[in-house]
Design a protein around this ligand. Structure first.
Ligand code: AMP
Length: 419
C-alpha cells in the first residue's frame, strides 16, 4: 500500500490530498492513519517535517465525515467535536491552515484560538459553532472560564508537540483541559521526544494506545547537505552578504542566538538590498505573522529567526538554512537544519563558526554522529580557527550548571508569555 487510496479515507479528503499534490503517504501517515480511523488512541513520536500534522488531521476529518459525508451538518454552539492543543501560536496557526486545506471539500467549520489577539471574534465564532478547534492552552482555559466553550462534546482530543508543551510549563493547563474533555473520546498525543514527563502524561491520558515512531533526530541531519565555514566573528556580516549574491539561495532561513542579533542581521541585510525580516519573541503577533506571510509568498527572501520563534515554522521550499551563530544546544542545530529538506526535498545548511563557537560545533558533530564538511576553498575561510582545537570543555556549559537563575527559564509564567 503506497498511495492514499489504500487508506480508505472519505472522498472529499482524498480530493483535498490530491489538490495538495501529495501522492504517497509518509511513514508516520502510513502507520497512524489506519488505527486512528478505527478510533484507537495513539502515541506518536515524530518531529515536524515528517508529515505528522496530516497523520492526525486526516483521520480526525475522516471521522467527522463518516456520519455526515460531504456536509458535516451544522456544528453545535460552543461545542467543538475535535480539539487540537498546540504549544505556540505559530504551530496552532499552521495546524489550522493544514486542516482548512484538507477539509476544503467538507464544509468544515474551524477556529484557531491563541493569546495575544482579541478574544471577542473568537468567542463569536465558537458561539456560532465549529467542528474543529485548534488552540494554545492559555487561551483555551480563558474561553472555558468565561463560559464561552464546552468540551463535553469533544470526540477527538489531540495534543501536538507535547514535549514542548511541558517544557513551556503547560502541564497544569493540559491536565485541567483534559479533565474537561468528555471521557468518552479518542486521544492522540504527538511528541518529538519522549522524556519521562511526556511518557507520564501519555500514561494518564491515553487508553491502550498504539505507539508509532519515525526517524530519530539523526536521520533529518543526514538528508541535509551541511557545510561549516570557519570565519572571524567580525567578518560574518560580509560573509553573509557575499553568500547571498548566489541566486540559487532563493528562500533562506538565518538563525541567530539572540533577538537583538536577529534584528541586527535583518537590518544589515536590508541595507545590503536583500529583502529580509526578523521573527522572534519580542515582536508583536501581527508583525510575526506578516513576516511569515512575506516569507511564504516569496516577498521576503531571507527570514532571520531565533530558535524559539522558528520552532514549528513550516514553510515549504526553504532552499537554505544559514546558522549565522551556532546554537549552544545540539538539538537546536538539528531542528534548525530540519527547516530545509522538508518532506523529501533537498536542502543545504551552512554554519558560520567563529573561534568561540568551536566547542558548540564539536557537541553538534557528536550528536549528529558525523563531521560537518568544511568549506575550505571559500575566500572567507579562516584556517587559523579551523586548526585551533579550542578549549577542551565549553565554558558556558560549566557555568550554566551553577547558575541559580537557570530554573527561571522553566518558570511557566515567563515561558507562557513568550509563547
Ligand atoms: P509536518 O511534519 O506535518 O510539519 O509536515 C511537513 C510538510 O510535509 C508539510 O509542508 C506538509 O504539507 C508536507 N506533507 C505532509 N504529508 C505529505 C505527503 N504525504 N506528501 C508530500 N508532502 C507532505
Amino acid at each position: 500500500m503506497t498511495d492514499f487510496s489504500g487508506l480508505n479515507l472519505a472522498q472529499p479528503i482524498l480530493r483535498a490530498i490530491a489538490d495538495e499534490g501529495y501522492t504517497t503517504p509518509t511513514p508516520i501517515q502510513l502507520k497512524s492513519i489506519p488505527p486512528l480511523c478505527e478510533g484507537r488512541d495513539l502515541l506518536g513520536v515524530a518531529q515536524t517535517g515528517t508529515g505528522k500534522t496530516a497523520a492526525f488531521a486526516l483521520p480526525a476529518l475522516h471521522r467527522l465525515a463518516e456520519d455526515g459525508g460531504k456536509n458535516l451538518g451544522k456544528p453545535q454552539s460552543l461545542k467543538p467535536r475535535v480539539l487540537i492543543l498546540a504549544p505556540t501560536r505559530e504551530l496552532a496557526g499552521q495546524i489550522g491552515d493544514s486542516l482548512r486545506s484538507y477539509g476544503r471539500h467538507m464544509r468544515l467549520r474551524l477556529a484557531v484560538v491563541f493569546g495575544g489577539t482579541p478574544i471577542r471574534p473568537q468567542i463569536r465564532t465558537i458561539t456560532q459553532g465549529v467542528h474543529v478547534l485548534v488552540a494554545t492552552p492559555g487561551r483555551l482555559l480563558d474561553l472555558m472560564n468565561r463560559g464561552q466553550l464546552r468540551l463535553d462534546g469533544v470526540e477527538t482530543f489531540i495534543l501536538d508537540e507535547a514535549d514542548r508543551m511541558l517544557d513551556m510549563g503547560f502541564i497544569h493547563d493540559v491536565k485541567k483541559i483534559s479533565a474537561a474533555v468528555s471521557a468518552n473520546r479518542q486521544t492522540v498525543l504527538f511528541s518529538a521526544t519522549m522524556p519521562k514527563s511526556v511518557a507520564g502524561l501519555a500514561g494518564n491520558l491515553l487508553n491502550d494506545p498504539v505507539r508509532v515512531e519515525v526517524a530519530p533526530t539523526a536521520t533529518t541531519a543526514e538528508k541535509v547537505e551541511q557545510r561549516v565555514l570557519f570565519v572571524q566573528k567580525s567578518k560574518k556580516r560580509a560573509l553573509l552578504d557575499e553568500l547571498l549574491n548566489d541566486k540559487s539561495i532563493k528562500r533562506v532561513l538565518i538563525f541567530t542566538r539572540t533577538k537583538h542579533g536577529a534584528d541586527r542581521v535583518a537590518r544589515n541585510l536590508h541595507d545590503s538590498g536583500v529583502r529580509s525580516d526578523a521573527i522572534h519573541g519580542n515582536k508583536a503577533q501581527n508583525a510575526r505573522q506578516k513576516a511569515l506571510r512575506g516569507f511564504r509568498s516569496g516577498n521576503i527572501r531571507a527570514l532571520v529567526a531565533t530558535d524559539i520563534a522558528a520552532r514549528g515554522i513550516d514553510v515549504e521550499g526553504v532552499t537554505h538554512v544559514i546558522n549565522f551563530e551556532l546554537p549552544n544546544d545540539p538539538e537546536s542545530y538539528v531542528h534548525r537544519i530540519g527547516r530545509t529538506a522538508r518532506a523529501g526535498a533537498d536542502g543545504i545548511a551552512i554554519s558560520f563558526c567563529d573561534r568561540d563557537e568551536r566547542a558548540y560545533l564539536r557537541d553538534i558533530e557528536k550528536t549528529i554522529r558525523q563531521n560537518v564538511p568544511v568549506f575550505e576553498d571559500h575566500s572567507f575561510h579562516a584556517a587559523e580557527i579551523a586548526n585551533d582545537p579550542g578549549p577542551a570543555k565549553r565554558p558556558q556549559q560549566q557555568r550554566r550548571k551553577k547558575r541559580p537563575n537557570q530554573q527561571r527559564r522553566k518558570n511557566p509564567q515567563r515561558s507562557r508569555r513568550a509563547a
